[in-house]
Design a protein around this ligand. Structure first.
Ligand code: DGL
Length: 248
């Protein structure tokens, strides 16, 4: 089976990592819209336009399924993509909500959703969780984590100050949804700041979702991957080497 993985830039490599660890696909085409990242600061119509253009890009590669790794695009463009695509298109928000359902039994658990301004502005995680009868949900846009990860600032004073800036006024959090492609790289730091809160990771959630909803249970010994980017493809490939190491 051949999948397309679409992200606004390099962040979707965290989702690719989960797909590779679980040997879900035989072939993956990764496309990062690095020329126009970030999507998380853009409005809905712009995110839809960029995402539809990315879909056109994938038309050259005959994929069987498109995975929208980007939370911001999943939040705003998933329906527009589904409307025009001739293949299944799946985003990371429904799968994240399902992951919460399967991991968290207590509907009064304190859940924190973090993501870009666009993702949090869509309110989709919160609406989906409330539909599943979770009652205590707090959502915060934490866009500063995106450039920190891109700069390789994964610990130290600047990160600590950013954690403090966003989270200092929160009362107890039991579970945190890492609603942005970049945040898994800060997973331990975020969880530890929040007193070891359980983390929900888009990549792991999507693997589970693919198994449950799309019967993607085959395990492929090897996966052939092609990387494409709308700007600086060598930079994307280098980041892939840094983040995915031996998986490539
Ligand atoms: N990929 C984006 C997301 O998951 C983060 C980077 C951006 O803002 O484009 O929302």
């Amino acid at each position: 089976m051949k999948a397309g993985v679409f992200d606004s830039g390099v962040g979707g490599l965290t989702v690719l990592k989960s797909l590779l660890e679980n040997q879900t696909f035989e072939e993956i085409i990764y496309y990062g819209d690095t020329a126009r990242v970030p999507y998380g600061t853009k409005d809905k119509n712009t995110i839809i336009r960029y995402s539809l253009e990315a879909l056109e890009y994938f038309e050259n590669y005959d994929i069987d399924i498109l995975i929208v790794a980007c939370n911001s695009a999943s939040a705003h463009a998933l329906n527009a993509l589904k409307d025009v695509a001739s293949i299944p298109v799946i985003g990371v928000i429904d799968s994240g909500i399902l992951a919460v359902q399967s991991k968290i039994q207590d509907k009064n658990s304190n859940i924190l959703v973090i993501g870009t301004t666009a993702t949090i502005g869509s309110n989709l995680y919160e609406i989906g969780l409330k539909d599943e009868e979770f009652t205590n949900i707090t959502s915060i846009a934490t866009p500063l984590f995106v450039p920190l990860v891109e700069e390789g600032i994964l610990d130290g004073d600047i990160l600590d100050a950013t954690l403090e800036y966003y989270f200092k006024d929160l009362s107890k959090i039991d579970t945190v949804i890492l609603g942005c492609t970049h945040f898994p790289l800060l997973e331990k730091k975020i969880s530890s700041y929040l007193n070891d809160a359980i983390t929900i990771h888009s990549g792991d959630s999507i693997v589970q979702f693919l198994e449950n909803e799309y019967n993607c249970t085959n395990k492929y010994e090897t996966t052939s991957i092609k990387f494409f980017a709308s700007s600086n493809p060598d930079g994307l490939k280098q980041t892939a080497k840094n983040w995915l190491g031996k998986l490539l």
